[in-house]
Design a protein. Structure first.
Length: 156
């Protein structure tokens, strides 16, 4: 598959995964763009050991983790618990709330639920994050329960 096709197929998905992970639109766009720079540079060396989507998601999640580590080292602050106000205007209120609640989750849970929301198969999520498929199923169930609880607490 050529780069342009991959970009068209995966840009939105990768951006949303990054958005769910970092909770900031500009930063998510930067990380997604960095992901596709790496895909462009390494596409010829892709070995088909996993699906190409799995490979791209793995690059994105690694980029998200590196960004979070860089933020921790430089600022020693927590992730923002909500999107900046000026970025929220074009998002539906419930989607804003969902991103806020996802940003409150532990790092591994954020990436798992972000991938699940993109309809990535659980076996693929297991490969991406390095957990067993059964562990992923349990984690997804528990994460959804926590998010549902947060929505109920918020009155949604």
């Amino acid at each position: 598959m050529d780069f342009e096709t991959l970009y068209r197929l995966y840009w939105g998905k990768i951006f949303r995964v990054c958005m769910g992970y970092v909770g900031d639109r500009d930063l998510a766009q930067d990380i997604a763009q960095d992901t596709f720079v790496i895909v462009w540079q390494q596409l010829s060396s892709f070995r088909n050991e996993s699906g190409i989507g799995t490979w791209i998601y793995r690059i994105a999640t690694n980029n998200c983790l590196r960004q979070l580590e860089k933020q921790k080292r430089s600022t020693h602050q927590e992730l923002p618990q909500h999107l900046p106000e000026e970025k929220q205007q074009d998002l539906e209120p419930q989607i804003q709330l969902l991103y806020q609640f996802i940003a409150e989750l532990p790092e591994i849970d954020r990436i798992i639920i972000s991938l699940e929301l993109e309809d990535v198969k659980q076996a693929e999520i297991a490969q991406i994050v390095g957990l067993s498929e059964s562990n992923i199923r349990v984690k997804i169930h528990r994460i959804k329960e926590r998010l549902n609880k947060r929505f109920k607490e918020h009155g949604e």
